[in-house]
Design a protein around this ligand. Sequence first.
Ligand SMILES: [Zn+2]
Length: 172
Amino acid sequence: MSYEVKVYPDSILRKKSETIEQIDENILKLLDDMKDIMYSYNGIGLAAEQLGILKRLVVIDTKPGGNNDLIKLINPEIIAAEGTYEEHEEGCLSVPGYYDTIKNRKKGVKVKYIDIDGNDRIIETEDFLSVVLQHEIDHLNGILFVDRLSPIRKAIFKKEWKKMQKERSAQQ
Ligand SMILES: [Zn+2]
């Protein structure tokens, strides 16, 4: 099966992904493919939803090329969150080429998920991983990082995006 990363404003990115009921060969293969796709785009996180597959699956590696920091998450869910993460820039493989400052991410999160062996696991972090977890879990709920911009920034994004699309189609 070949995959395609879905790009804004594709309506599939607005859907709510479904909970995985059973971890089988197909799910494991998909997670493995997601990892390869994430690395091929130099991404640090990917949700199955971004491939148009509405399953609650996420892969994350905040230090690609590094030290085995890959995490495969099945049915990840934020069960606690506190504080405010410092202003930082976010981007997304589904909004290619656009980066903007996000102000309202939580600092610390506690995320519950199932690992590939079917074990219940918990990640508790206040590091940048916290932001990536929030970004990816947002995808599973049909939310993009640009939705979290202020109304003014959102308007700027829409204008910029239109311009970028025009430039892209002019190049083709
Ligand atoms: Zn994203």
